[in-house]
Design a protein around this ligand. Structure first.
Ligand SMILES: Cc1cc2nc3c(=O)[nH]c(=O)nc-3n(C[C@H](O)[C@H](O)[C@H](O)COP(=O)(O)O)c2cc1C
Length: 216
């Protein structure tokens, strides 16, 4: 797949089919993930791929609880505020996130990345993103989620047999599956609105550029 197409269209693809992902595809996604950089090339990571339906049933219950907790705390009033403002983009994200909370147990594969001895916490996410880009190349949709780690970290670690007292921290749960919907452009505030030139507040003087991919 063209690099730009992967970069521009790797979206949060939460709605996925339950169809299993072949082992060679999973192996290839993980092989791409571990090519990513880490501080000092420490590679202080472990990854657990989960497909077992019993484990997924339990994770699904916890995910739904965690999502509910998030909505009652950090996200309290978010949907109502978005409705009042007519903020369709937030409403779409919340609907899609609710779908995942309702259907987590049917997701065919979830990858749990773990890291340790990384004070910045930054070394794991290049690998997570590489995993997601590689998945995109195989036509597999992914969503980086952190809500389980926020509210159910220790329960998840115990279920997955993560050794205690060794410093391993779960960084995310990346859901993976073949999309129910269509790929599309990741919509974001323009780079020129969020990038300064030389010092804070100074807008860049960039030429107009078009999208490097064509959209159907
Ligand atoms: C650090 C991080 C944590 C996230 N946690 C969750 C989550 O717990 N549940 C979820 O459904 N989506 C989660 N997301 C997905 C974001 O909502 C999504 O990337 C964002 O809305 C952009 O979506 P788009 O690429 O489809 O436009 C997370 C994304 C990031 C980067």
């Amino acid at each position: 797949m063209d690099l730009n197409e992967a970069l521009y269209t790797t979206r949060a693809m939460r709605r996925v089919k339950p169809d299993p992902i072949p082992d060679e595809v999973v192996a290839s996604m993980m092989d791409a993930a571990i090519r990513s950089p880490s501080g000092g090339n420490s590679q202080n990571w472990r990854w657990i791929t989960v497909t077992d339906r019993e484990k997924m049933a339990q994770l699904g219950e916890w995910y739904a609880e965690a999502w509910k907790q998030l909505n009652e705390t950090f996200y309290a009033g978010r949907v109502e505020a978005a409705r009042e403002k007519g903020d369709d983009s937030t409403l779409r994200v919340m609907n899609s996130a609710q779908w995942l909370a309702d259907n987590f147990a049917s997701v065919p594969l979830v990858v749990f990345p773990f890291h340790r001895n990384d004070p910045s916490g930054a070394s794991i996410y290049p690998g997570v993103w590489s995993l997601m880009l590689a998945a995109r190349g195989h036509g597999v949709g992914t969503c980086l989620t952190t809500v389980l780690g926020i509210f159910k970290h220790d329960e998840v670690c115990e279920l997955l047999g993560v050794p205690e007292g060794k410093g391993w921290t779960n960084a995310a749960a990346v859901t993976c599956g073949y999309p129910l919907g269509r790929w599309g452009l990741a919509k974001r505030a323009p780079a020129s609105d969020v990038t300064f030139s030389e010092s804070w507040g100074n807008p860049p003087d960039w030429p107009e550029i078009g999208l490097p991919i064509s959209l159907d």
